[in-house]
Design a protein around this ligand. Structure first.
Ligand SMILES: [Fe+2]
Length: 406
């Protein structure tokens, strides 16, 4: 039976951990709080070291907390800074990437070296005499760690826990893939989706939606063991999906996927989803890493990087690119379908839905929505709000009301 307006807005009769208030996906105030309470103190994958192979290489990065950063490779490796001139607050670097011995602000030609030190102020002595010196006007450094497969991780919060503590054991199952050989980015694909950033994370972290993917229905879902894959939450809201060897040949066109990734069996698949918006996904010969950059409550940029091995021969690289694109490329058999799903969720936000359900329980196996619940438990902890009831009404003071009415 369909439901009336008042029935539609009733809370589901489920435990509070098993549904989410739909205002989490539209509310401007919650969005501003997410940037401040989650993204401003979380580790974030800014780029990969292979995108900055030479000294002086730089890359600009939109950080999810709203900051514009520049990552520069100096003698000690990549380091991140705010992309803002300490003089008059102008943007220093406008290009997405490039190379230079120093960075120079276009406005008044103040310049900075790869360590973020101010090295040039035109007519410094004439204007500032002894009152201002270069040593006091370096760039604002951002904590940077290169780890977990050579990714450049940044954190805007100088007091946040170390990257290793933040990740904990969530990437232990991928250590062989990430640490045996240097990796290299061969694909970069940035999508702007008109949806809330959490919908992307939800889609990465639940597998009940495998029904949307014809490819997955033909391969993984029909295989022995699919419904037994374990799905486990870790500290800090990260989740790990149990491995699977995918029988790609069950899909016409999926044959001949023979190239492997270090320490993996042929066509083995591993996936870790990291709070608040990253995923490490290795399937057969190639790896995909996602970084989510929220732009507005209903708009998100999602960056996808495809990786192979730095030492790949041209023939190996061509195979990895083929395998990657057949699933995750813009015209592949999987990723654009996930984008279609989150696009549809974005489109429907004006339609008055009040709650989003995440209630499947299947003993921590693949279709259990334990991953979404782990995410929203961490979201609630970080935000100081309940995901199922972010704006609780104040408790009515019964004796006071009685006094008023008497
Ligand atoms: Fe999917």
């Amino acid at each position: 039976m369909s439901r009336s307006g008042s029935q539609w807005t009733q809370r589901p009769s489920l435990p509070p951990s098993h549904y989410v208030d739909a205002r989490l996906y539209t509310d401007e105030r919650l969005f501003a709080e997410e940037k401040e309470r989650i993204f401003a103190s979380s580790w974030f994958v800014a780029c990969h070291q292979s995108e900055l192979p030479k000294r002086g290489d730089f890359r600009t990065v939109a950080h999810p907390a709203g900051a514009n950063l520049v990552v520069v490779r100096g003698d000690s490796g990549p380091r991140a800074f705010y992309n803002v001139c300490p003089h008059r607050g102008n943007t220093i670097v406008y290009e997405p990437a490039g190379n230079g011995a120093s960075l120079t602000c276009i406005f008044h030609q103040w310049s900075f070296d790869t360590q973020g030190r101010c090295i040039g102020i035109p007519r410094e002595r004439e204007g500032y005499q002894e009152r201002l010196c270069k040593a006091d006007f370096g760039l604002r450094a951002v904590r940077t760690e290169v780890d977990f497969g050579g990714f450049v991780w940044v954190n805007l919060d100088d007091r946040a826990e170390s990257l290793a503590d933040y990740i904990g054991e969530a990437l232990d199952g991928m250590r062989g893939c990430l640490g045996s050989e240097p990796l290299e980015v061969f694909s970069f694909h940035r999508v702007i989706a008109h949806t809330n950033w959490k919908f992307w994370n939800d889609t990465n972290s639940e597998f009940y939606h495998d029904y949307i993917h014809y490819f997955n229905r033909q391969t993984s879902m029909l295989q022995q063991g699919y419904f037994e894959r374990k799905y486990l939450p870790f500290r800090n809201g990260h989740v790990v999906v149990g491995d699977q060897i995918v029988e790609y040949e069950a899909y016409k066109g999926g044959e001949n996927r023979t190239l492997t990734f270090p320490t993996l069996e042929p066509n083995q698949w591993k996936l870790t989803i990291l709070f608040p918006g990253m995923a490490y996904n290795v399937r057969g010969s190639s790896m995909r890493v996602d970084s989510v950059v929220p732009l507005a409550p209903g708009k998100v940029a999602i960056e996808y990087r495809g990786l192979g091995l730095l030492r790949d021969t041209p023939a190996e690289r061509a195979l990895r690119i083929r395998d990657y694109n057949s699933i995750w490329g813009p015209f592949g058999r999987n990723l654009h379908e996930d984008q279609l799903a989150v696009h549809g969720q974005g489109l429907a936000r004006g339609s008055g839905q009040t709650f989003i359900v995440q209630a499947r329980e299947e003993n921590d196996t693949i279709h259990d929505e334990v991953g979404m619940r782990a995410f929203y438990a961490e979201w609630s902890r970080r935000m100081g709000r309940q995901a199922h009831d972010p704006y609780p009404l104040p408790q009515l003071d019964a004796p006071l009301i009685a006094e008023y009415l008497s």
